[in-house]
Write a protein that binds this ligand. Sequence first.
Ligand code: GLN
Length: 251
Amino acid sequence: MKLVAGHLYPDYLNIYADRGNIAVLARRAAWRGIDLDYRTISLGEALRPGEHDLLYVGGGQDREQALIAPDLAARAEPIRAAVDGGAALLAVCGGYQLLGRFYRDRAGAELSGVGLFPHETIAGERRMIGDVLLECELEPGRRRTLAGFENHAGRTLLDPGGEPLGRVVAGFGNDGESGFEGCRVLRAIGTYLHGPLLPRNPWLADWLLAQALAHRSGGGPPELEPLADELEAEAHEVSAGRARTRGGRFD
Ligand code: GLN
């Protein structure tokens, strides 16, 4: 079995080891006998809808976001077509912001976005930094937690009716006020959680792989064979513990 993964702007949007998320997806796929065919897509390179079962974009400082934003906005159609077509997607922080309608940075410059996610982001004076803990329910009735690290000036305002990724247990999340974090549209997930996110939250890595497999097969997401995740569970608990004790402080 093979899955095709497309990594948008790995040379610009990659802070807090965000590229580690791809390493986790590739390894957890390989442990199930699935080959993750990894392809990068950077400035001016083509993105063909339907080519990728899974798309990924990491985070970045305002400067890097400004360098890629026009190129990314020009891909709004193929990215939306890919997600409407059932591809899985994970977008982290700066990438998450630019998959909304726009990101207005601290200098007031407005970077147009892709408009995949029903939100807009406006940078505030103070950065929201620290460990974060969320409660999520991507599958009805199956509550799980996500633990990670956030560092952003942007306040992301989800449209009324927009589906968040989770409820904030500790930390700031989208805007430090709504009590929600991230966003979900079909099989696309956006979040502020760095870390990288997936090593300490293997269930989300498996959820993304299952969605990508569903895209490839045209069927439903398969139940993946469980893996021995003791180390990952320990990393999750350490991160969750930090969030509970010190999440949510302004810089
Ligand atoms: N530059 C954006 C902000 O400050 C995103 C930062 C990031 O990706 N960590 O909000």
